[in-house]
Write a protein that binds this ligand. Structure first.
Ligand SMILES: N[C@@H](CCC(=O)N[C@@H](CS)C(=O)NCC(=O)O)C(=O)O
Length: 289
């Protein structure tokens, strides 16, 4: 992550979200589908480097990943962006080595933000969401330190950070333990199957139920997580709701989460984002063999 040596507000006016003509889709290497990547790259290169230009963001987007919520955020903010698509290894489900050329940890999402001759490469969804909203969202999508009640500000920060800080851990453990037996040599599978089942039943599933129960109670009677409006907290929490599809808990037990998430995916910006990035298929992570 490179530092921006002279932080300043570069661009404040929120622009209308419908940017379809400006969004350029590009794909890389042999992880690309065949579409016009060279034309897209040429178009990107032709972006005029005007003084006080609007920001431009490149989203390094891995299929079936957290990256889609960043595309949604960009649509909501109305920022000009392009999406570079990468595929997972079908066996290991890991990202390709090309992602390591973008960021040393090879994770998605990573974004490259260009503005007025400066360029910042930033990974980690929560950091990306905060960075883009505080820089380009004005008060849109945020509960800023100086606006709203103290409770709203606290809740905003809580849910924004809770998504990756707490809610994802038991989900990741469920995936790792769920896939463990199938990845071992055949003669170890029976042992690992019982380790996996024991860990899931005794440790992971109870924690998942507690986490989703907590989220469920917090959405009771609410259309958004915080302050009665869409914020970065909803955007961060959207992946926690999506991954319920791969989670070893019963989605029907969490009707408030489903109601809230259904409303989110019906937003025009969300739908546009799906066209630029792509739909997540979380079900592929539940496969055990
Ligand atoms: N906490 C990070 C997690 C990033 C992360 O693990 N991304 C996954 C996709 S959801 C990834 O890049 N996986 C590919 C790999 O690890 O090879 C964030 O929110 O950005």
């Amino acid at each position: 992550m490179s530092e921006n040596p002279a932080p300043r507000r570069l661009w404040t006016a929120a622009r209308p979200p419908n940017l379809s003509s400006q969004v350029r889709l590009a794909q890389v290497g042999d992880h690309l589908s065949s579409s016009s990547s060279s034309a897209a790259t040429a178009a990107a290169a032709a972006q005029p480097a005007t003084a006080m230009s609007a920001p431009h963001v490149t989203v390094h987007w891995l299929e079936d990943s957290r990256a889609q919520r960043i595309v949604w955020l960009l649509q909501e903010l109305g920022i000009d962006y392009e999406v570079k698509h990468y595929k997972r290894d079908p066996k290991t489900l890991l990202g390709p080595k090309e992602l390591y050329d973008v960021h040393p940890l090879g994770k998605s999402p990573t974004v490259v933000v260009r503005n007025n001759g400066e360029s910042v490469t930033l990974a980690e969804s929560g950091a990306i969401v905060e960075f883009l909203i505080e820089r380009y969202g004005a008060d849109k999508l945020a509960v800023s330190p100086s606006s709203g009640s103290m409770q709203d500000r606290a809740d905003y920060l809580y849910w924004l950070h809770y998504a990756e800080g707490s809610a994802m851990l038991p989900n990741m453990l469920a995936m790792v333990f769920g896939r463990l037996p199938a990845q071992a040599p055949w003669f170890l599978r029976p042992v690992l199957q019982s380790v996996s089942t024991g860990a899931l039943d005794k440790m992971i599933v109870p924690r998942l139920k507690a986490q989703y129960g907590w989220i469920e109670r917090n959405l009771e009677g609410k259309d958004y997580f915080v302050a009665g409006k869409l914020t970065g907290a909803d955007i961060m929490m959207s992946f926690v709701a999506e991954i319920l599809d791969a989670s070893p808990v019963n989605k029907a037990d969490f009707p408030n989460i489903s109601r809230w998430h259904t409303a989110m995916v019906q937003r025009p910006a969300y739908k546009e984002a799906l066209e630029k990035g792509g739909e997540n298929n979380m079900g592929r992570f539940t496969q055990r063999e």
